[in-house]
Design a protein around this ligand. Structure first.
Ligand code: GS8
Length: 219
């Protein structure tokens, strides 16, 4: 009997995108189940009773929560194709360091572009650009964060790319002007079908952020 793989997800989620990309890299077939985060399903609450958040990967009935943990799980279960984490312990620790940095910094700074205004927005954009420059430094002159091949940090970061347009629109800056190598990296990743078919259109993300901004009453 084959594996039963279900993904509880929400289309604009960069966390969900990580799992979509990882499963596509491994060519694992799965059932995508879009979740309503304002009216959470019984299944989501049962599968992620602690955080009650998407994404949740359900493999043969068992849930794996937290996107980076799920990507690592996918990498271990379907290990014969497209390895994502390096096998060398030191290299692996570095990949996890950067994925952790992305989680601790990028999400909050990016979110500030459409949830704040005035001085808070200005400070948020400064922090966001600083964070993107740190990541661009970590990439260096390599084609991918993982080196010659697409790997764990690439999976962890690439979902943010479709959010750049919204961040730029509300933050009044250009990622390409600030971090040209990072944009070249993102475009390189988008050439992979596993990535391009897993990310929504950036104009749709802008519309989503716009609605969010309006709900918060931010002009
Ligand atoms: C973050 C998941 C998350 O924030 C991960 O999987 O990596 N650290 C986790 N999920 C959000 C949607 S994406 O912004 C979510 O499910 N929010 C619902 C809620 O907070 O009620």
């Amino acid at each position: 009997m084959g594996d039963e793989v279900i993904l509880l997800d929400f289309w604009p989620s960069m966390f969900g995108m990580r799992i979509r990309v990882a499963l596509a890299e491994k060519e694992v077939k799965y059932e995508y189940r879009e979740q309503d985060l304002w009216n959470k399903s019984e299944l989501l609450l049962k599968m992620n009773p602690v955080h009650k958040k998407i994404p949740v990967l359900i493999h043969n009935g068992k849930p794996v929560c937290e996107s980076n943990i799920a990507v690592e799980y996918i990498d271990e279960v379907w290990k014969d194709k497209a390895p994502l984490l390096p096998s060398d312990p030191y290299e692996k620790s570095q990949a996890k360091f950067w994925a952790d940095y992305i989680d601790k910094k990028l999400y909050d700074f990016g979110r500030k572009t459409y949830t704040t205004k005035g001085e808070e927005l200005e400070a948020g954009v400064k922090d966001l650009i600083g964070c993107l420059k740190v990541l661009e430094g970590a990439l260096g002159d390599k084609p991918y964060f993982g080196g010659e091949s697409f790997g764990f940090v690439d999976v962890s970061l690439i979902g943010y790319y479709c959010w750049f347009y919204a961040w730029e629109t509300y933050g009044h800056f250009s990622v390409e002007a600030e971090c040209p190598k990072l944009i070249a990296w993102a475009k390189r990743c988008m050439e992979k079908e596993s990535v391009s078919k897993s990310l929504p259109d950036s104009h749709k993300i802008l519309e989503f952020a716009h609605v969010f901004k309006q709900k918060l009453g931010i002009p």
